[in-house]
Design a protein around this ligand. Structure first.
Ligand code: TUI
Length: 315
């Protein structure tokens, strides 16, 4: 067992949170991670309220363990999805891609544990004051929408800024990452890309295989010119995106080009013209296994590392 302030806060067995990824973190993955002893997180993405409500029904029908819902703050349905989470008293809400201050009060009043993703120590401090229960410090190694600071630099600076538990994200793919995160003062990790390559994740097989084929230099960042940087695998779509940005295309043109690309990759398996969002840890992932196996391996390896490290100390 690895017991940390995060396992205590959430009532989970392992200090591992699954990233609430749009399109791919559906109820099947959420249930598998929560049943495996981690925190499964449903990805609300940009989905309409009725879709999220049906997904929630399935999660609640298939597990009685703690789980979460991730709400990206740029979703057009953010108000309704937050209200749904409060009405259903979901155990945990994670937020991303913005400042969730206006939503913290209503969620806390409904008894929801609120865990925002932050990309800076300053926002972490503000959100602790606003009532956040923990924060996810996400470095630029992550897939999808990212900030501008690396995990290694961000996590200890967030840890020094707040007294609530800090969850490290970005570049977390195995037990060495978990042990390193604990060494930086985090209380656990969030893993996204690793959980795409699981049996229960509904992402198209070609999406999973693109991750399996990737190495540590296979990702790039698109959308930085829009102020919305997104890390994804290098492919014809991301190269075309880069070219559009380089020649100074208008925001409207770029947005039009990018819209619907994640769905295309994740659901239709179009890994050529779709956006295969994945983190820099993709090169570390070599197999598709059950989510419970990812959790088991990660904890076993972290324990092994943490037992070995004290032998390096001689006085
Ligand atoms: O939200 C994410 N990652 C995502 S959301 C997403 S959905 C999407 N679909 C199609 C195209 C583009 C995106 C894909 N990936 N991660 C959480 C995260 N939040 N990373 C960084 C941040 C963040 C950044 C700035 C959080 C807060 C923040 O604050 C700015 C402010 O307002 O102070």
């Amino acid at each position: 067992m690895l017991t940390t302030p995060l396992t205590a806060l959430l009532g989970i067995r392992h200090p591992i949170v699954q990233g609430g990824m749009a399109w791919v973190a559906t109820w099947e993955l959420t249930v598998a991670v929560s049943e495996g002893g981690g925190l499964g997180v449903l990805g609300a993405g940009n989905a309409p309220l009725d879709f999220v409500a049906r997904q929630l029904d399935e999660v609640q029908a298939h597990t009685s363990r703690p789980f979460g819902v991730n709400v990206p703050l740029f979703s057009p349905c953010v108000e309704e999805v937050v209200a749904l989470c409060a009405a259903r008293r979901v155990p945990v809400v994670t937020t991303g891609a913005g400042n969730p201050t206006p939503y913290i009060g209503p969620l806390k009043e409904a008894g929801v544990t609120v865990i925002p993703v932050v990309a800076s120590a300053a926002l972490a401090r503000r959100l602790e004051r606003a009532g956040a229960d923990a924060v996810i410090a996400e470095g630029l190694e992550s897939g999808g929408h990212i900030g501008s600071v690396s995990t290694m630099a961000l996590v200890p600076q967030v840890v020094d800024e707040v007294s609530i538990p800090v969850i490290a994200a970005g570049g977390m793919g195995d037990g060495r990452g978990l042990a390193a995160a604990l060494a930086l003062g985090a209380a656990g990790v969030q893993m996204g890309t690793r959980f795409i390559c699981t049996d229960e994740c509904i992402a198209h097989l070609d999406y999973k295989q693109a991750i399996l084929k990737a190495n540590e230099r296979s990702t790039m960042v698109t959308g930085a010119s829009l102020g919305h940087p997104v890390r994804c695998l290098r492919n014809p779509m991301s190269r075309d995106f880069e070219e559009l940005e380089r020649r100074g295309a208008s925001d409207t043109e770029i947005i039009e080009f990018g819209t619907g690309r994640l769905r295309r990759a994740a659901m239709e398996g179009d890994v050529t013209h779709g956006s295969v969002m994945a983190g820099q840890i993709a090169g570390l992932i070599h197999d598709v296994v059950p989510a419970a196996e990812v959790l088991r391996r990660t904890v076993d390896q972290a324990k092994e590392v943490l037992r070995r490290l004290p032998t390096l100390v001689s006085d």
